[in-house]
Design a protein around this ligand. Structure first.
Ligand code: C2O
Ligand code: CU
Length: 549
């Protein structure tokens, strides 16, 4: 195994990823940041210098379980203090499993200002994967806002609540196209929005006729659920969140924020032309135009437009097809990790939108989550009991009387920074229950992401989860393991995981605004097994001047 050492300078720069110029958070001048390419067992060291001048930062290594290094999970408020402007922080962790992962900012709402990238981990030498391909590419899909993270966060947390709205454009590997004639406040700067800039020319995926490509596709959208398709080509799904999938063929891939997939695509169509690769919003009534890339057959000119109209993908409100894809994802038959057949504990999380103290919030079992000022990891290890609410939040809701199809009562939620303590080495079941939000007949899709673990996806269902009957239909034979999973509108999703990774771990909706508005929880397990924490994660809240000898 090797050590891969990176030096990253994080700073704001003016960029025009969708032709509209705005401040973008870059790593060494780039957004998306550099792809970390490593091999199973390698140690990644990132020396991160915060050159944002007036903002803190933290980076989360999404999908990396941080076994033995929970303090380098990069979750501000949970595992570390924020990295101050001018400071350099060292992340050091092992990538212990092959697969496709992501990294992104985990401070405030910075993720969607461009601070993100991919992590590709290949298997150890001599270990084959259960599929073949000639070449591979990493592609991150993203939605893009012209407002700054502080403007968005301020709007969401003020009493005259201001929703972030739909994104201005969709980016494929950092490139999109905003129609500058739609600008509401025209600018005198000719460079402010300029569709002829090479910087916002569509992403080009060049392929050699007859070859097979592994596309490692990740979504780091702020809000949107997406569909991705390549005109005239099928895709075979082979990996999801670092686990091999029993292959299945699709025309379009539904992908939710925080998920990664590998799909195989064969360049087997008429090679005399180029094709569109497109991504579009699903699950919300789309107002954002599709993101476009060129699937370029070598040796056609990469800028030659395909002769066709870009495929729009499925209609936005086709929940059935999305549920069908979720259900199709099973573990590859030669790589099954069988889940424990029984559980030690069941926690049901009802997802609702509420109003708390006059602000719109999201809640879990009627508790809206607040991040504390002292990171839990330090507070728990050092026994700082006044650092957060010691009362654990509820582990269920009123199953009998709560009508998930009814508009939420606005005033029945509270907020808290309490957490769930899990008994070390036990099996935990989580059922995520979706419900109607504050609008009539409306329920959204929420992609939930668990830090520090992979979970088995035991089942999905429609309506209210039936605690007695639904578990009988769980897939205990070949469930896929993932770290991010969708909860479909008016439906439920059931997961199982082993609480076997000492540390403190966030579990939250990966929609950036939803987490910011309280849609998350925190699990702690095995804290007494941890050795001394590195002093680099300390310095904020109750940990000021906290240094171990
Ligand atoms: Cu990718 Cu806590 O998130
Ligand atoms: Cu959500």
């Amino acid at each position: 195994a090797r050590i891969r050492h990176y030096r990253w300078e994080v700073k704001y720069e003016y960029k025009s990823p969708d032709c509209y110029k705005k401040l973008v958070i870059t790593i060494n001048g780039r957004s998306p940041g550099p792809t970390i390419i490593a091999q199973e067992g390698d140690t990644i060291i990132v020396d991160l210098e915060n050159s944002l001048l007036t903002e803190n930062v933290a980076i989360h290594w999404h999908g990396i379980r941080q076994i033995g290094t929970p303090w380098f999970d990069g979750t501000e408020g949970v595992t570390q203090c924020p990295i101050l402007p001018g400071d350099t922080f060292r992340y050091e962790f092992v990538v212990d499993r092959p697969g496709t992962y992501l990294y992104h900012a985990h401070y405030g709402m910075q993720r969607e200002s461009g601070l993100y990238g991919s992590i590709q981990v290949s298997p150890r030498d001599g270990v084959a994967e259960p599929f073949d391909y000639d070449y591979e590419r990493s592609i991150i899909l993203n939605d893009w806002y012209h407002k700054s993270p502080s403007e968005q966060a301020t709007g969401l947390s003020s009493t005259d609540f201001k929703w972030i709205g739909e994104p201005q454009s969709l980016l494929i590997q950092g490139k999109g196209r905003f129609n500058c004639s739609k600008l509401t406040t025209p600018s005198l700067d000719p460079d402010a929005c300029n569709q002829t800039k090479p910087e916002c020319a569509p992403y080009v995926l060049t392929v050699i006729p007859g070859k097979t490509y592994r596309l490692r596709i990740g979504s780091l959208t702020s809000l949107s659920a997406l569909t991705f398709q390549i005109e005239g080509h099928n895709m075979t799904v082979v990996e999801a969140d670092g686990h091999y999938v029993e292959p299945f063929v699709i025309k379009n891939l539904f992908i939710y924020s925080g998920e990664t997939y590998s799909v195989l695509v064969k360049a087997d169509q008429d090679p005399s032309r180029n094709y569109w690769a497109t991504t579009s919003v699903v699950s919300r009534n789309r107002t954002t135009p599709s993101g476009l890339a060129t699937f370029n057959y070598y040796p056609n000119h990469p800028r030659r437009s395909p002769p066709t109209v870009p495929p729009p993908g499925p209609v936005w409100n086709d929940v059935e097809s999305r549920l069908a894809q979720s259900l199709a994802i099973k573990s590859h038959q030669n790589y099954i990790h069988k889940p424990p057949q029984t559980t030690d504990r069941l926690i049901v999380f009802l997802n609702t939108q509420n109003q708390v103290d006059g602000r719109v919030r999201w809640s879990v079992n009627n508790v809206s989550f607040n991040l504390p000022h002292t990171p839990y990891l330090i507070a728990l290890k050092e026994n700082l009991t006044d650092a957060f609410d010691q009362t654990p939040p509820p582990t269920g809701y009123d199953f009998v009387n709560y009508d998930i199809f009814k508009r939420t009562n606005k005033t029945n939620a509270t907020s808290s920074d309490g957490i769930y303590k899990l008994q070390f080495n036990t099996t935990v079941d989580i059922v995520l229950q979706n419900a109607n939000d504050m609008n009539i007949n409306n329920s959204e899709t929420h992609p939930w992401h668990l830090h520090g673990h992979d979970f088995w996806v035991l089942g999905y269902g429609k309506g209210k989860f039936d605690i007695f009957n639904d578990p009988r239909n769980y897939n205990l034979e070949n469930p896929i393991m993932k770290n991010t999973v969708a909860v479909h509108p008016f439906g439920w999703t059931a997961l199982r995981f082993r609480a076997d990774n000492p540390g403190v771990w966030a579990f939250h909706c990966h929609i950036e605004a939803h987490f910011y508005m309280g849609m998350g929880v925190v699990f702690a397990e095995g804290i007494d097994m941890l050795k001394n924490l590195p002093s680099s994660i300390m310095g904020c809240g109750h940990t000021k001047g906290f240094h171990r000898p």
